[in-house]
Design a binder for this molecule. Structure first.
Ligand code: CDP
Ligand code: CDP
Length: 212
């Protein structure tokens, strides 16, 4: 029997990591966890409770009671919640609780694809395949902007770009588990790549690992 396959996909906002993670999971019959949703859910819990986004005790409690199997991507996909998520994500107790739950998820079943910021570096340092997906801030902003418009929303491209840059800086600059490629991650720059080409490149890496 083939051992459990674990795949770590990290990268900045709107690099395409979520789309890749979902497609890889479907192709190889693995479970998929979008770990960004767990940080978004903690942020939303604080907002709903009227708590400050730096209220560490409230954030820790929200992270500890979170049920990863009951996260609603529709409700949490909001752009304001993404920004709030990056604020709660700097707090050590929040990360400790969420990382523990994410590891439990990866350890069950036949294998899993997790996508986020610290999967290859912290959550699953022994993942079989690690991918670090990037694209220029301008391309990522164009993609996010198109996504907002396609959902009937409204935003200026310049504002989306500013938001992305601010969130990247917070994610790369924090002390605990900053966004950075693991030493053994494969880099995939999708600036000039459509999602199909990126998916093929990712599958090649997974197939190469499985042939070893
Ligand atoms: O998960 P992450 O925030 O990294 O990105 P995503 O939600 O997978 O992708 C953001 C948007 O960019 C989606 O609408 C994708 O279809 C699009 N995209 C693209 O057009 N070309 C790529 N190579 C990657 C993503
Ligand atoms: O989809 P997008 O890339 O815009 O954001 P996300 O993956 O939903 O993540 C929202 C925020 O949660 C990020 O900006 C990070 O601050 C935080 N996050 C994290 O710290 N660690 C992870 N493994 C995933 C997300």
């Amino acid at each position: 029997i083939r051992p459990r396959l674990t795949i770590a996909i990290d990268g900045p906002a709107a690099s395409g990591k979520g789309t890749l993670a979902r497609r890889i999971a479907a192709t190889y019959g693995l479970a998929h966890l979008d770990t960004g949703l767990s940080y978004r859910a903690v942020a939303k819990a604080l907002i709903d409770a009227g708590a400050a986004l730096d209220d560490e005790a409230a954030a820790r409690r929200a992270a500890e009671v979170l049920d990863l199997s009951a996260l609603d991507a529709g409700i949490l996909s909001d752009h304001v919640i993404g920004e709030a998520a990056s604020k709660v994500a700097v707090m050590v107790p929040v990360r400790q609780a969420l990382v523990a739950a994410q590891r439990r998820f990866a350890e069950t079943g036949k294998g899993a694809v997790l996508d986020g910021r610290d999967i290859g570096t912290v959550v699953l340092p022994d993942a079989d395949v690690k991918l670090y997906v990037t694209a220029s801030a301008e391309r990522r902003a164009e993609r996010r902007h198109a996504e907002i418009l396609s959902k009937g929303g409204d935003a200026r491209l310049e504002d989306v770009l500013e938001d992305l840059k601010r969130r990247d800086a917070r994610d790369m600059g924090r002390a605990d588990s900053p966004l950075k490629p693991a030493a053994d991650a494969h880099l995939l720059d999708t600036s000039e790549m459509d999602i199909e080409t990126a998916f093929q490149a990712a599958c090649d890496l997974v197939d190469r690992h499985r042939a070893e």
